[in-house]
Design a protein around this ligand. Structure first.
Ligand SMILES: Nc1ncnc2c1ncn2[C@@H]1O[C@H](COP(=O)(O)OP(=O)(O)OP(=O)(O)O)[C@@H](O)[C@H]1O
Length: 204
């Protein structure tokens, strides 16, 4: 479903990828495991066309990543990044904004729908009235995930979505994510994701 083929990428003298290869099958849950600075977050940015590569090819559903297909990649991939949106508005307004974009407009969201998932993830019901800039790290991570869930795209890219959570909430989030019938790439330093053979690990 997704393929990174012979990817090379350097920033000045810093070689991040040298002939990097990775294939991900539909429905797979893949944990990306590498030391800090080895390019895990960069890989997500590459797949979304936010970061150019020096050479190599990237495929998604047999389409190659180029300027003509870029929008297809972005419309079908959900991304929860570490760099959170700090626009100064409350959580509900942020969600309304996201779901008013042309490509997301077909998805009907209601406060109830959002609150259902939010309370499942141990968030309080006043979360929607809070300013985004005032959320704690763990609250932001869960709001990012909830938006990704509601967007309901084929692929989810999850960059450190549980690092700010307590153990019990981590369990709830991890259980939920791994049950989804989606192709999911996970960046995390947390061993909690390594559940038997179900989660494949790509290590470099
Ligand atoms: N736009 C950029 N310009 C220059 N260097 C960059 C840029 N983006 C990433 N890098 C460098 O590329 C390397 C990989 O960064 P990346 O954030 O992908 O690492 P990571 O594996 O996700 O790390 P961590 O586990 O700490 O989040 C780092 O050395 C980083 O400094």
């Amino acid at each position: 479903m997704i393929q990174f083929k012979d990817i090379n990428l350097s920033f000045h003298n810093n070689i991040v990828f040298k002939n990097f290869n990775l294939k991900v099958k539909k429905g797979e849950k893949l944990l990306l495991k590498a030391h800090s600075g080895k390019g895990k977050s960069t890989l997500f940015k590459v797949l979304l066309g936010f970061q150019r590569i020096d050479n190599g090819e990237i495929f998604f559903n047999n389409k190659i990543l180029n300027k003509y297909n870029l929008s297809y990649f972005r419309r079908n991939i959900g991304y929860v990044s570490q760099d959170v949106d700090l626009r100064n508005k409350n959580v509900w307004d942020l969600i309304v904004d996201i779901f008013s974009y042309r490509h997301n407009r077909h998805i009907k969201i209601t406060k109830d729908k959002v609150l259902n998932i939010a309370t499942y993830f141990n968030l309080f019901t006043d979360i929607l009235d809070k300013e985004v800039s005032q959320l704690s790290g763990g609250e932001r991570q869960r709001i990012g995930l909830i938006i990704c869930i509601l967007l309901d795209r084929q692929v989810w890219l999850l960059d450190e979505i549980i690092s700010g959570l307590d153990k019990e909430t981590k369990e709830i989030v991890v259980d939920y994510v791994l049950k989804q019938d989606k192709t999911i790439l996970i960046i995390s330093h947390d061993k909690i994701w390594m559940r038997d053979d179900f989660v494949r690990i790509k290590e470099w």
